[in-house]
Design a protein around this ligand. Structure first.
Ligand code: SAM
Length: 265
C-alpha cells in the first residue's frame, strides 16, 4: 500500500517510523511519504490560509494550495481521506475495508478552521473516492493525530504486519461484534489478586466458554449499544443463557434489555 500524508507539520508524523508501522515500511509492505503542504505555495511567506468569506473567527486553508498538492499526488486509484470533526466516525469496519480494498491513500491534514469546502467537492466531482472521517465527537487542533490513528489502524491489518494474524480475529470490535474478554499473564498472583482459575485449568473448551461469557458481560456493561446490534443467529444456547443471567433476552432483532431503568444507560 502507498500512503501520502500532506500536512503543514511533517514532524508530527515522525512516530510513523517506529514500532509495527516502521517495520512495515522497512519491509516494503507500506510505502509511506509525508509532504509539507507549504512546498506547493508560491509566495515568499509560504502562505496556506486566508480569512473566511462571510466573516468569523480563524483562518481557512486555501483551495488553490491544496489543489496544487492533490493534483500532483492523486492517481487513478487513490482514496482521498480528509480528517474532520464533521465526518463519519472511523470504525474498525472502515479500517478493514480500506486495508482490503485500497492501494493508495492520500491523507489531507487540515489546520485552523479547516480546508475550504470546495476541495472535497471538487475531487469527488472528478470521480476521486473522497472520505471525510472523524476520530470522535471532540475537536483537535489539526488532522495529524487523525492521520496517525487511521494509518496505524489500517497498516496493522495488512498481511504480514502483525506476527500472529489470529490475534486480529478475537480483538474488540472484531467480527464477533463484542469487546474483548479480560487478559492476564504471569505471575498468577499479583498483590493478592489471582488470575481466574479457569485460565490455569488447561481445559481449552472451558477457557473458550469463559472468555465468550466475559466478552458478553463486558459488552453488556460497557457498550450495550454493541450488544443490541448482535445478530441473534450468531448466538448459541449458552450465549442466550449468559445474556439472560445478565438481564437481557434475545429477541427477533437481537438482544434486548427489558427493564426500563437498565435501558437508560
Ligand atoms: N472548525 C472546524 C469544525 O468546527 O468542524 C474544526 C477545525 S479543527 C480546529 C482543525 C482540523 O483538525 C480539522 O480540519 C481536521 O483536520 C482536524 N480535526 C479536528 N478534530 C478532529 C476530529 N475529531 N477528527 C478528525 N479530525 C479532526
Amino acid at each position: 500500500m502507498r500512503i501520502d500524508v500532506v500536512t503543514i507539520f511533517p514532524d508530527y508524523l515522525a512516530p510513523l517510523s517506529l514500532s509495527l508501522v516502521g517495520k512495515a515500511r522497512t519491509a516494503g509492505i507500506v510505502d509511506l511519504r509525508v509532504h509539507d503542504l507549504r512546498d506547493w505555495t508560491t509566495d515568499r511567506h509560504r502562505t496556506v490560509d486566508d480569512t473566511p468569506f462571510g466573516g468569523g473567527a480563524g483562518m481557512v486553508m486555501r483551495p488553490d494550495i491544496w489543489g496544487a498538492a492533490l493534483d500532483e499526488l492523486l492517481g487513478e486509484d487513490s482514496h482521498l481521506l480528509l480528517p474532520t470533526p464533521s465526518g463519519a466516525s472511523l470504525t474498525q469496519r472502515r479500517s478493514e475495508s480500506i486495508a482490503r480494498e485500497d492501494e493508495h491513500l492520500v491523507i489531507a491534514c487540515g489546520r485552523y478552521e479547516g480546508i475550504d469546502a470546495r476541495v472535497a467537492a471538487h475531487y469527488a466531482d472528478r470521480g476521486v473516492r473522497v472520505s471525510e472521517f472523524s476520530l470522535g465527537d471532540y475537536v483537535l487542533n489539526g488532522g495529524e493525530v487523525a492521520a496517525l490513528v487511521l494509518i496505524e489502524s489500517v497498516v496493522r491489518l495488512l498481511p504480514g504486519v502483525v506476527g500472529n494474524p489470529h490475534s486480529l480475529v478475537e480483538e474488540s470490535h472484531g467480527e464477533a461484534g463484542l469487546l474483548e474478554y479480560p487478559v492476564y499473564t504471569k505471575p498468577p498472583v499479583w498483590r493478592e489478586a489471582e488470575v481466574p482459575p479457569v485460565l490455569l485449568s488447561g481445559h481449552h473448551g472451558k477457557v473458550e466458554r469463559w472468555r465468550r461469557d466475559q466478552a458478553l458481560a463486558r459488552t453488556a456493561e460497557r457498550r450495550p449499544d454493541l450488544l443490541r446490534r448482535l445478530d441473534p443467529a450468531e448466538l448459541d444456547k449458552k450465549d442466550r443463557a449468559t445474556l439472560s443471567e445478565l438481564g437481557w433476552t434475545v429477541g427477533e432483532h437481537g438482544p434486548v434489555l427489558p427493564s426500563p431503568e437498565a435501558v437508560a444507560d
